[in-house]
Design a protein around this ligand. Structure first.
Ligand SMILES: Cc1cc2nc3c(=O)[nH]c(=O)nc-3n(C[C@H](O)[C@H](O)[C@H](O)COP(=O)(O)OP(=O)(O)OC[C@H]3O[C@@H](n4cnc5c(N)ncnc54)[C@H](O)[C@@H]3O)c2cc1C
Length: 327
């Protein structure tokens, strides 16, 4: 068996993220491994999961206390080299997605991201073409950085063990991290962890039975439902494309919300489609949604043709108004 390193990082608060324990769980199915952690409080974090590791190393201190390419790359390279490992398993977090491909290049190795499984013969599994094709592949280039997709494995239980050897990390950087900028929780409408996906279709912006459009009301009904229930918001292509054509649209929707063949393929337990016809290029984006319901005025829409478990033939404005009262 090739020497394997499990390379983890801590959060800014000095804890190991769930994705770290998932990567460790994948390594435990492969045999023995070395362990290394970088980031705030890395030595203590490493010891908290080091049972069974062949060696335990850490790099901590101000330089790696926050995510920054220049410092993370130097620290990761030092830890990978010190372990002597040829295969490095690491969580596919934003922090490592940014830093580790560069480390692989510096070491003349290779890096694969979004890996969902690793076989005992070190073949990796990953999806391509928006999760429509799963490939099994291996590489001869070494060192090989394999970044495990969060959620692809169950996390292992943390088992403390030997203390970590703390390596020094001196690195000059011109980049100063001054903080994070993220949208308010209320502005965030794409929620990959939500139980329910709420999809808005172009019908919300079409003339209704009074011959008028009601885009403002549509916007508040949708946002109210999504924010109140903390569901994730998706859209059909037609609806997000309307903004490009200068029509009245729902201002909080972007192409990032688009679900379907040329959009995303989100994973949620349930989905509710509203004012969306349910055409095939849209519905292929629902392949990982288990329970599907749709509201459409048209009893012969695409959802009625075996694409939804339940189709409510109804006016989505009326249904959502009633729902808003009930919730
Ligand atoms: C190569 C290719 C790739 C594509 N990729 C995608 C993709 O990734 N994602 C995607 O979504 N589409 C994609 N499309 C487009 C797709 O085929 C459809 O054109 C699109 O999904 C239609 O969007 P829609 O159902 O929201 O709008 P429409 O077809 O306009 O349907 C609106 C629906 O709203 C209903 N409605 C109107 N008012 C109400 C009301 N008050 N209550 C209830 N229902 C109401 C109507 O009955 C109608 O069914 C792609 C097309 C092609 C050719």
């Amino acid at each position: 068996m090739e020497p394997i390193l499990v390379l983890l990082h801590t959060t800014d608060e000095g804890a190991l993220p769930k994705a770290a324990l998932e990567t460790l769980a994948v390594a435990q199915t492969l045999g023995t491994y070395h362990l290394a952690v970088l980031g705030a409080n890395a030595a203590a974090a490493a010891q908290s999961v080091s049972a069974g590791a062949l060696s335990v190393r850490a790099i901590e201190g101000d330089a790696v206390a926050v995510s920054r390419y220049a410092t993370d790359a130097v620290a990761a390279q030092a830890l990978a080299t010190a372990s002597g490992a040829t295969v490095i398993l690491a969580p596919c977090t934003l922090r490592f997605q940014r830093a580790l491909p560069g480390v692989a290049a510096r070491l003349n190795g290779a890096c694969d991201t979004h890996v969902v499984a690793v076989d005992p013969d070190l073949s990796i599994h990953r999806w391509y073409y928006r999760q429509r094709m799963e490939a099994t592949q291996s590489r001869t280039a070494r060192p090989w950085f394999v970044l495990i997709e969060p959620g692809a494995a169950d996390p292992c239980a943390a088992q403390p063990g030997a203390a970590a050897e703390v390596l020094p990390c001196a690195v000059e950087t011109r980049t100063e991290v001054i903080g994070y900028q993220s949208p308010n929780a209320d502005q965030q409408t794409i929620r990959p962890d939500a139980q329910l996906l709420f999809v808005a279709g172009a019908g919300w912006t079409k003339k209704q039975k009074d011959g008028q459009t009601h885009t403002d009301e549509a916007g508040s009904l949708i946002l109210n439902f999504v924010q109140h229930n903390k569901t994730s918001l998706g859209s059909s292509k037609s609806l997000v494309d309307l903004s490009g054509e200068g029509q009245a649209v729902l201002p909080f929707l972007t192409h990032l919300h688009q679900v379907g063949q040329t959009g995303s393929t989100p994973r949620h337990r349930k989905g509710l489609s509203t004012c969306c016809h349910g055409e095939e290029p849209h519905v292929v984006g629902w392949r990982f949604i288990n329970e599907r319901r749709a509201i459409n005025l048209d009893a012969a829409c695409g959802w009625a043709r075996g694409k939804a478990d339940v189709l409510y033939v109804a006016d989505a404005f009326e249904v959502m108004r009633e729902l808003a009262k009930l919730l």
